[in-house]
Design a protein around this ligand. Structure first.
Ligand SMILES: [Zn+2]
Ligand SMILES: [Zn+2]
Length: 275
């Protein structure tokens, strides 16, 4: 199983760290997790065609994780996709898809009529919404989904990917929660989000003390993420979804190592990890 980090950033625009998105590939299957800003550009850089993705899994419906969804669909049409899209996401995903497809309806129909491409299957979108826990099989890959705590976001999920006796856990956006620690037990790779608290000092007119407090409160801070990783007994910890996107890497590494006992990997866009 191969994990490619496509975007390791957050809502803040940064050309080195695009919006959150990851790709899991096995011999038979390709699954995309989230589609943050710049996802299609990163897919192109990593040499994956949007025509070949088997399924899209959404952790939650925060804009930084789904903002390029329509771009993904359109790009797959331009890439001669000949199969429908399979989208798995939290409650609300059906409505969200319906609304964005409707927003572009006239423009799309005009293009379809005029450009006369060989297939319109890319616009056939099958959406399945998660319950609180479940398992889904995509060819040779098993995906287990479980709820995480990103309140006030009501529906947010983490995922386990199983292939050839290996396990990959993706935390999604979450504050420290029991479910993550439970389902990530003994995972080979834990890909976890992080909020780097001591890098977020400056108070500008845009960011009040309350903003910082609230944002920090629905994420996992750097002085806690290593402790969580230790509890899960994961073999490898990779950090992603960096808030802020620019920070002292050495300092973060040392801080997390103190709790985890091993060096974490500081994720970077286009990093590939074989599991
Ligand atoms: Zn996010
Ligand atoms: Zn979020």
């Amino acid at each position: 199983m191969q994990l490619t980090l496509l975007g390791t950033g957050c809502p803040k625009v940064d050309h080195k760290r695009f919006g959150p998105s990851n790709l899991v590939k096995t011999r038979k299957s390709i699954v995309l997790i989230d589609c943050g800003s710049g996802v299609t550009q990163r897919l192109e850089q990593a040499e994956f065609s949007t025509a070949n993705i088997d399924a899209l899994f959404l952790t939650h419906l925060h804009s930084d994780h789904v903002v390029d969804l329509y771009q993904l669909i359109i790009s797959s049409w331009h890439s001669y996709r000949t199969k429908p899209w399979l989208v798995y996401g939290p409650k609300g995903t059906k409505k969200f898809l319906r609304l964005i497809m409707n927003a572009w309806n006239d423009e799309r129909n005009q293009r379809i009529k005029y450009e006369k491409r060989s297939s319109t299957k890319a616009f056939n979108i099958k959406v399945k919404e998660f319950s609180n826990y479940g398992k889904i099989k995509i060819k040779d890959l098993i995906i287990e989904y479980f709820e995480v705590d990103h309140k006030p976001v009501q529906y947010a999920y983490g995922f386990n990917f199983y292939h050839n006796n290996k396990k990959l856990t993706i935390s999604g956006d979450t504050k420290p929660c029991d479910n993550l620690m439970k389902y990530a037990q003994l995972t080979d790779v834990l890909l976890h989000e992080v909020f780097i608290e001591d890098e977020m000092k400056s108070i500008t007119k845009m960011r009040s003390k309350q903003t910082l407090h609230n944002v920090k409160n629905y994420h996992t801070i750097s002085s806690v993420v290593g402790k969580i990783a230790k509890i899960t007994r994961c073999k490898k910890l990779i950090l992603t979804h960096f808030v802020p996107t620019r920070f002292d890497e050495k300092k973060l590494m040392n801080r997390v190592k103190k709790d985890f006992g091993k060096n974490p990997i500081i994720g970077k866009d286009l990093m590939e990890i074989n599991i």
